[in-house]
Design a protein around this ligand. Structure first.
Ligand code: LP5
Ligand code: MN
Length: 251
């Protein structure tokens, strides 16, 4: 269910993004299993800020044994009592109702507004902030169009997978040509996102450049936490005891 989301977050709450889970990435899959069995199980809430999967071709891909395994991991977590929220990334925006029913995960649409203690925060995947990447933004606009998605999802699963492999090849080749700065967030887009959200704290992923940035927005100090991508370990952000901090689980 896609629900508007503006909530007081129970503590401890965890934030992750850019796991890029797939059957070929054994070490990252093991890190995810350890994360689910450990820190995530002890948390009250888990926010997955996009790109949980290397890619998601549609909820009928839940039939793949690897996806079954990941869905069971998530279901064990939500049944245990951790509330899991999912914000779509640029690789898994086709996650839908069937995935949610199978896992107990709640889909939330960005920008997600939450309150950490007495502090309002906004959550994003982060790709929307990369406004200098004009080719990507044009692609994003096309594939986020509901009519385009309905047409795409009506195609056979094998055909969708083949199209995605083609896009991935173009994307990887394109990224080698693009200047690194183009693939980072645009400062004006960050400031506009803070202004629209009316808060001084932002958490996002996508750029794979973990850091905590300070911004001055209309004279107000604002903080932007960028999540790390996963490569065989489980980096995450914890909100507990009134503070945000970074942790990494190494299985
Ligand atoms: O994810 P990341 O960080 O590696 O790269 C992104 C941008 N690339 C993408 C593409 C995805 O990585 C792979 C596809 C995901 C599947 C989604 C499900 C269904 C979609 C179906 C599509 C038809 O998002 C990359 C950014 C980078 O982040 C940094 O911000 O630069 O953007 C691109 O590379 C996009 C290109 O610039 C433009 C798109 C080219 C598409 C060409 C299609 C040709 C083949 C079509 C066949 C029908
Ligand atoms: Mn991404």
């Amino acid at each position: 269910m896609i629900a508007p989301h503006s909530t007081q977050v129970d503590t401890p709450a965890l934030f992750i993004a850019d796991l890029h889970l797939c059957a070929a990435q054994t070490a990252t899959t093991l890190a995810f299993e350890a994360f689910v069995a450990g820190p995530a199980r002890q948390a009250r809430q888990l926010y997955i800020l996009g790109d949980l999967f290397e890619y998601w071709a549609g909820d009928d891909d839940l039939g793949a044994p690897y996806h079954q395994h990941i869905a069971q991991q998530l279901q064990s977590l939500t049944r245990h009592g951790t509330a899991v929220h999912f914000v779509a990334g640029n690789r898994d925006f086709l996650v839908g109702e069937r995935f949610c029913a199978a896992t107990g995960v709640q889909l939330v649409t960005e920008p997600v507004h939450i309150t950490l203690g007495d502090r309002a925060a906004v959550l994003l995947h982060g790709d929307i902030l990369c406004t200098d990447d004009h080719a990507y933004q044009a692609f994003r606009e096309q594939v986020r169009d509901p009519a385009w998605q309905a047409d795409f999802l009506a195609r056979p699963l094998d055909e969708r997978r083949a199209i995605i492999e083609n896009v991935r090849a173009h994307s990887e080749a394109g990224k080698r040509e693009k200047a690194a700065q183009i693939m980072d967030v645009n400062d004006a887009a960050v400031i506009a996102a803070f202004q629209r959200a009316g808060c001084d704290l932002m958490i996002h992923g996508h750029t794979h450049r973990p850091a905590t940035h300070q911004h001055l927005v209309d004279g107000k100090a604002c903080e932007r936490w960028v999540l790390a991508d996963w490569h065989g370990t489980a980096p995450y952000l914890v909100w507990a005891d009134g503070l945000l901090r970074r942790e990494t689980l190494s299985p």
